[in-house]
Design a protein around this ligand. Structure first.
Ligand SMILES: NC(=O)c1ccc[n+]([C@@H]2O[C@H](COP(=O)([O-])OP(=O)(O)OC[C@H]3O[C@@H](n4cnc5c(N)ncnc54)[C@H](O)[C@@H]3O)[C@@H](O)[C@H]2O)c1
Length: 350
């Protein structure tokens, strides 16, 4: 394929507006269509959008001249002027639009979580595997510069054996931020366990492979209806390592978003925290690499840039993430949910 990828964005909320801005910055795509059920959003008034981390300035009206606007995403999917469908609607709607877009022969980038349940994730990824179109999902932390740097360093073997690893993701409350407050309806979003903590579950899978079992503790229903608002999980690899992750979204709205990790290995410790990204080697050397810079400052940029480049170059987009890994992370989340419900260690059913 030559030139630019013709993109249709479905859902103009926090993520749709973020993707919109990134497509325009990258210059590898042309946004030919957008779809949203909300008329105000379709008119270019995005001032009601609120997110919890990053995102763009939506206070000024967006000029959508030359871009087709649809109230029904199925019309965007059927539009021959759309080659790639970028799906940014609430999670419970992902399966419907991903399957329709693949069926229509479109390339699909769907926000994470790929589906609401492991079953949905299986149906979606299996359809993607059978399709000749390209597919990926927005597990953007895999692409986030510091996480990517730590992953490559760890996988190079220079750090030696992993001893312990902790991952943390704590968001201010997003109660009331989104379309019809869908995040707080756990049937629709999966609560903080699926929506937020999935990133770190997926990182555990990414860095260290498949855990055998999980033991999780959760707190329910403080912000959301009856979903898990905060979770702690230990991932069991059948060895003596200690791997844990924590995620929650119940803190006050003014609490800063925190995403951090520490990986302790025989030869050094890698940490991302409020004091920056650092590698502390056992011999005393401290390094402070600055991996995120230039045109691709965030994982969202790297993810979208990579997917567009894959289409333009005709290469399957599986360097950072495979459909098997997408399924695995959803299987681990389901095991975590069961572990909380049954108050016991649960073997992951991949
Ligand atoms: N990767 C990340 O860092 C990240 C961050 C936040 C959200 N997300 C994910 O992105 C997705 C969207 O979340 P959000 O925060 O943008 O939500 P949001 O509520 O801000 O936006 C959702 C948008 O979808 C629209 N919409 C609802 N139903 C629709 C339909 N049937 N057809 C077309 N448009 C429809 C709404 O009007 C709204 O504009 C979710 O799956 C969420 O988990 C990912």
């Amino acid at each position: 394929m030559n030139g630019k990828v013709k993109v249709g964005i479905v859902g103009l909320g926090f993520m749709g507006s973020t993707h919109f801005g990134i497509h325009r910055q990258l210059g590898k795509s042309e946004i030919t269509a957008v779809a949203d059920v909300n008329e105000q959003k379709r008119s270019g008034d995005w001032s009601s959008i609120v997110g919890n981390i990053g995102g763009g300035d939506n206070s000024k009206p967006v000029n959508l001249e030359g871009i087709k606007t649809y109230s029904d995403a199925m019309d965007l999917i059927a539009d021959p002027d759309v080659e790639m469908v970028d799906i940014c609607v609430p999670t419970y709607l992902h399966e419907k639009y991903v399957l329709a877009a693949l069926e229509a022969g479109k390339h699909v980038l769907c926000e994470k979580p790929v589906g609401r349940t492991f079953k949905e994730a299986k149906r979606i990824t299996e359809a993607a595997e059978k399709s000749s179109s390209f597919f990926s999902t927005g597990l953007c932390v895999r692409y986030w510069p510091e996480y990517r740097h730590a992953f490559e360093l760890y996988r190079s073997g220079k750090l030696g054996k992993m001893i312990s690893a902790t991952f943390k993701r704590v968001s201010p409350s997003i109660d009331g931020n989104a379309w019809e407050n869908w995040f707080m309806k756990s049937d629709l979003s999966g609560g903080a366990l699926l929506d937020l903590h999935l990133h770190d579950t997926d990182l555990v899978r990414y860095f260290f492979g498949r855990p055998e079992a999980v033991t999780s503790f959760g707190m329910k229903g403080f912000r959301s209806d009856n979903g898990i608002d905060h979770v702690f999980t230990r991932y069991d690899f059948g060895d003596d390592s200690l791997v844990v992750a924590e995620g929650g979204w119940e803190s006050a709205k003014t609490t800063p978003f925190e995403m951090s990790f520490q990986i302790v290995c025989e030869k050094g410790t890698v940490r991302l925290s409020e004091s920056g990204y650092k590698i502390m080697w056992e011999d005393g050397l401290i390094e402070e690499p600055k991996p995120g810079s230039g045109q691709l400052p965030t994982g969202w940029h790297v993810e979208i840039d990579y997917f567009l480049s894959s289409i333009l170059e005709g290469k399957k987009p599986d360097k950072y993430l495979t459909t098997e890994e997408i399924r695995d992370s959803m299987a681990i989340i389901e095991a975590e949910e069961r572990s909380i419900a049954e108050n016991r260690r649960v073997t992951v059913a991949y």
